[in-house]
Design a protein around this ligand. Structure first.
Ligand code: NDP
Ligand code: 8X3
Length: 250
């Protein structure tokens, strides 16, 4: 079995790479940080003895997405599981104070990147009449919170695309699942606050957040269901979080 995970250099994508390798998946891992991809490939190949191919490109670059995927050998194009994970929040501002470059980065990564990758891989899956696409959404794709505007809009788009894929890929026997996490401690908040580690830490202070491994285990569970079962979506939060605004801190 082959799984392709976008954004596998950190956080949820990296944890999912390890979890799937442990379960004998061969992996195609993508991301912009080549040194991280190379480190992770070596660590996984040494530890789990499965083959790992790394593809180093920016998912916002349509031509780079198409060129890297199309250059894979036929053997590696037999992708059984696609995890559309690469994504980010950048900034936390009201719309009138928002930065256009933040909006464009989020829209280009979280929506357009998912579309470019899915277009290519779903065609391979359609030809084989099998496959499973996991879309990493967010509770921000289910509700909206102050200053989250554009990030929430991109994750609402992922929610809509997940439903659209489910309908359109149904005749081709392709499963489609969205995982919508609440607070997960990864590099997410460091990226959102542009390297301000103190501010990033505050997101997780006084509570026990989810870990990237929690999400990786959820993905593994979804893809291990029997053939006749499709998990359409899962919303998963820390026990102390009910939604984007209601959470208990010590
Ligand atoms: P991290 O910042 O830890 O990881 C994000 C991954 O996405 C990295 O591997 C990064 O790789 C990759 N990525 C970002 N931009 C690009 C790009 N332009 N091209 C290619 N790869 C890119 O965050 P998480 O693991 O938390 O985030 C993973 C997903 O989970 C995202 O879609 C996020 O929105 C979602 N999510 C996260 C939650 C959280 O609380 N952490 C909650 C709900 C959803 P590189 O920088 O090397 O390119
Ligand atoms: C990440 C979770 O609540 O910061 O998608 O938007 S949240």
């Amino acid at each position: 079995m082959i799984a392709l995970i976008t954004g596998a250099t950190a956080g949820i994508g990296k944890a999912t790479a390890f979890k799937l390798a442990e379960n004998n998946y061969k992996l195609i891992l993508t991301g912009r940080r080549k040194n991280k991809l190379d480190e992770i490939k070596k660590e996984i190949e040494d530890k789990y003895k499965v083959q790992v191919t790394v593809l180093n490109f920016d998912i916002r670059d349509k031509q780079a997405c198409y060129d890297h995927l199309n250059a894979l050998s036929n053997e590696w194009k037999q992708v059984d599981v696609l995890v559309n994970n690469a994504g980010l929040a950048q900034g936390l501002n009201t719309i009138n104070n928002g930065l256009e470059e933040d909006w464009e980065t989020m829209i280009d990564t979280n929506i357009k990147g998912v579309l470019y990758i899915t277009k290519i891989i779903s065609n391979w899956m359609i030809a084989r009449k099998k496959g499973h696409i996991i879309n990493i959404g967010s509770i921000a794709g289910k509700e909206v919170y102050p200053n989250g505007n554009v990030y929430c809009a991109t994750k609402h788009a992922v929610d809509a695309l997940n439903k659209a894929m489910r309908i359109e890929l149904l005749p081709s026997n392709i499963k489609v699942t969205a995982i919508h996490p609440g607070l997960v401690e990864t590099e997410f908040s460091i990226v959102r606050f542009k390297g301000d580690e103190q501010r990033a830490k505050q997101a997780y202070t006084g509570l026990q957040p989810l870990t990237a491994e929690d999400i990786a285990e959820t993905i593994l569970w979804a893809i291990q269901r029997p053939d006749h079962v499709n998990i359409n979506e899962i919303i998963i939060t820390p026990s102390v979080q009910a939604n984007a605004r209601d959470l208990i801190r010590n």
